[in-house]
Design a protein around this ligand. Structure first.
Ligand code: C2O
Ligand code: CU
Ligand code: CU
Length: 457
């Protein structure tokens, strides 16, 4: 395909006026203008020093002057227009995780666009068909770029007000830093060959052991986003009344959170939590480990009731009776030496016997499956490994319909956490033409083979 031309910043008078340039990385500008047409942003990616470890600087990379990046918001059905300006020392892109959009806006280098070089900008603009919690991140050198902080929430608001009067966004990320705040390796072959290379410092919205204030007695929509490279969080909120309202951007029939929910990398969950009486605290935990604290603060609002279910998104219902079945086998190969001699990441994982090579710009020319536009498909996902893989598809949402490991209440998602040796079935209507990445969202699994392209035409 032909690419939208990258553009240089030089000579853009209008942009110079908003105050970056000579100040370089230390100055940011981000604006949002509401209009009937949608939301308009200018978003700068640039280096930013953070104090994640008290008394130490971490040389992070940030979108819009914070890491996680600025929360972008747009209303369902409207246009999101983002002028993305690259002030990093490296080439990058932005991918809009979970958004059903045209391929040219999908942010995959050499598939949907050329990388945005340092000093260049790229205009992303698309309509957002679905309401929910989504996110954005680069699709270039992802272990390092996401690892350094280039991740951010993208919230698509429902067209009509929901029953929620209060909401919070909690972006979960575990940083690869040492005791002095210096970055450690984002991907180590022996870890990439197992569960993935984990960071050591857990944060919520960039803050270790964050305290989040909630209005006492009120029901709050808590958007939990797993923006981590590697970790699956086993989320639980003991001692609180909590109900799940949406998974990965799509509403479900509300149900109690229960013991815990396994939120893999890239996945999101909307919880409704009833905040306790003023002064009381509840903890948000990953298994037995506290990630942060909700603290109830006095408020005068009338007590709310549990809101009704959120409205469904307009996703086509797959025709299961007439769907074509396709098998996808996820395998461990562990040929650690294959690429290492070339200075490239090892080839450790395969989908249907093929490993993606992130240094080979032609991989997407050989799609692993070709789907006919408008037809329904059932994907049989078979994990033949001892590790779990959050399997993610770009461009389209799919419906999870069955698993040999657990009871499934069918729901739409863009990422399914496929357990060790699990077999699951997901279904979709191939209604978005393009070449779409299909990959594990454990970033160093993706970068060591666990990615493929699926073509819809
Ligand atoms: Cu978050 Cu290729 O995706
Ligand atoms: Cu994605
Ligand atoms: Cu994986």
């Amino acid at each position: 395909m032909s690419f939208t031309r990258r553009q240089m910043l030089t000579g853009l008078i209008g942009l110079a006026a908003v105050g970056f340039g000579a100040g370089g990385a230390s100055r940011y500008w981000l604006g949002r203008r509401e209009s009937p047409a949608g939301s308009v942003y200018e978003l700068i990616a640039a280096p930013l020093d953070l104090e994640l470890v008290p008394g130490h600087q971490t040389h992070a990379w940030a979108f819009g002057g914070s890491a996680p990046g600025t929360e972008l918001r747009v209303r369902q059905g409207d246009w999101l227009r983002v002028r993305f300006i690259n002030k990093l020392p490296v080439a990058t892109t932005i991918h809009w995780h979970g958004i059903r959009l045209p391929l040219e806006m999908d942010g995959v280098p050499y598939v949907s666009q050329l990388p945005v070089l340092p000093g260049e900008y790229f205009d992303y603009q698309f309509r957002v068909p679905d309401a929910g919690s989504f996110w954005y991140h680069p699709h270039v050198n992802s272990s390092e770029q996401l690892g350094r902080g280039l991740v951010g929430a993208l919230i698509v608001e429902e067209r009509e007000p929901t029953g929620f009067k209060h909401e919070r966004t909690l972006s979960l990320k575990s940083w690869h830093v040492d005791e002095a705040g210096a970055f450690t390796d984002f991907s180590v072959p022996r870890e990439a060959a197992r569960g993935g290379t984990a960071g050591r410092l857990s944060t919520i919205n960039g803050v270790p052991q964050a305290v989040i204030d909630l209005p006492a007695g009120q029901i709050v929509r808590v958007r939990l986003l797993n923006l981590d490279n590697t970790l699956t969080y086993r989320l639980n909120v003991p001692d609180a009344e909590a109900r799940i309202y949406a998974l990965d951007g799509n509403p479900i029939t509300p149900r109690p959170l229960g013991k815990d929910y396994w939120l893999g990398p890239g996945m999101r969950m909307c919880l409704a939590i009833r905040a306790p009486a003023a002064g009381e605290e509840i903890s948000l935990r990953n298994g037995p480990i506290r990630l942060g604290t909700f603290r109830s603060v006095a408020n005068s609002g009338a007590l709310g009731d549990w809101p009704a279910a959120l409205p469904a998104n307009p996703i086509s219902e797959p025709d299961l009776a007439n769907a074509e079945k396709l098998n996808f086998n996820f395998e461990w190969v562990g040929s650690v030496s294959v690429n290492v001699d070339k200075g490239a990441p090892p080839s450790l994982w395969q989908i249907n016997g093929k490993a993606w090579d992130i240094n080979d710009k032609t991989c997407a020319d050989r799609p692993i499956a070709q789907l006919v536009k408008g037809k329904s498909y059932i994907f049989e996902l078979k994990n033949m490994t001892q590790y779990q893989h959050p399997i993610h598809l770009h461009g389209m949402s799919f419906k999870v319909i069955a698993s040999d490991r657990k009871a499934i209440i069918p729901y739409f998602t863009d990422t399914y956490l496929l357990g060790k040796n699990e077999r699951a079935r997901v279904a979709l209507v191939a209604d978005n033409p393009g070449i779409w990445m299909f990959h594990c969202h454990v970033i160093d699994h993706m970068e060591t083979g666990l990615m493929a392209a699926i073509e819809v035409s």
